[in-house]
Design a protein around this ligand. Structure first.
Ligand code: GDP
Ligand code: MG
Length: 298
């Protein structure tokens, strides 16, 4: 059999489980996940290299209305990622069809690429007929290549989905070296892990106001030394983040450090600072500096 290689974009409304699916398809965590919209702020590549094929998955920010410059940049990234050999249109099967789904579907139609309708979170569905209804609803909206129910969280249906994707990859040589896993630098991943812990431990407007910048990264064979700043937009948010006696920030730092240690396979010394930066979401320079593409000068 000839070698196959291609690009697969994961599109869908915020919170549908796109990042969870990327991680499940690759069998490793590359994208942070949180129970709230707009967790993913930049397109993230994850490369799956198999004996006869290489699939480049692109996780994208959820499709939503743009208001801040940050949101506009996020949607630019989604549009830029929508050129693919196959598009995965991710539906949250546990909630009703909404405007965001319609917007995501419009983009899928525009790509013109074969699209697989993926119905996620089926573990939350008690009644099977609901799923069939939903599939019929989507069938009427677009001519999808196939309809696949999955639970990205539990890993159900993910093997089937991977096979269906593989069968639709064009023939061609590998696009990246065999051991290449992602386009994100390790220091960006570390910043993302820290941001994920913040998202899990804060509520309301705080998560949206948070950005993380790694200021120091010193990697030795036995120790990885990281200093990172967590930015928020208002003094009140800083107080929440730090918590009484620094308890909240300490918890966030400990959780992040443990996860970075597992990834790095060595001891990590993580120092965290919190700073207020009003309106960073509207600041082009700051946005470039916190996106890894800005960090590496791309
Ligand atoms: P994204 O915004 O589309 O990238 O969504 P995430 O991957 O960040 O997931 C959003 C939330 O949905 C998180 O709390 C996930 O744990 C949860 N989630 C994702 N997939 C599933 C699933 O198959 N079943 C259930 N029950 N929850 C899921
Ligand atoms: Mg995501």
């Amino acid at each position: 059999m000839k070698y196959r290689a291609g690009f697969v974009s994961i599109l869908g409304r915020p919170n549908a489980g796109k990042s969870t699916l990327l991680n499940a398809l690759l069998g490793t965590k590359l994208a942070i996940v949180a129970p709230r919209p707009q967790t993913t702020r930049t397109a993230i590549q994850g490369v799956l290299t198999l004996p006869g094929a290489q699939i480049v998955f692109v996780d994208t920010p959820g499709i939503h209305e743009s208001s801040t410059l940050l949101n506009k940049r996020m949607m630019d990234q989604v549009r830029a990622s929508s050129e693919a050999d196959v598009v995965l249109f991710l539906v949250d099967a546990s909630v009703h069809f909404r405007k965001e789904d319609a917007e995501a579907l419009d983009l899928v139609k525009k790509t013109g690429a074969p699209a697989i309708a993926v119905f996620n979170k089926v573990d939350k569905l008690r009644e099977k007929p609901k799923l069939l209804e939903l599939i019929e609803q989507y069938r009427a909206l677009h001519d999808f290549a196939i309809y696949v129910p999955i639970s990205a969280l539990k890993g159900e249906g993910v093997d089937v989905l991977r096979k269906e994707i593989l069968a639709r990859m064009p023939q061609g040589p590998a696009l990246y070296p065999k051991d290449h896993l992602t386009d994100q630098p390790e220091r960006f991943l570390a910043a993302e892990i820290l941001r994920e812990k913040v998202l899990h431990l804060t509520h309301q407007e705080v998560p949206h106001a948070v950005a993380v910048m790694v200021e120091q990264w010193e990697d030795t064979p036995t120790l990885l030394r990281i200093a990172a700043t967590i930015y928020v937009e208002r003094p009140g948010q800083k107080a929440i983040l730090i918590g009484a006696g620094g308890a909240s920030l300490k918890k966030i730092g400990t959780l992040a450090r443990r996860e970075i240690e597992l990834r790095a396979g060595k001891k990590v010394f993580l120092q965290t600072f919190v700073k207020v930066r009003p309106n960073w979401r509207q600041d082009p320079e700051f946005l470039a500096a916190t996106d890894w593409r800005g960090m590496v000068g791309q």
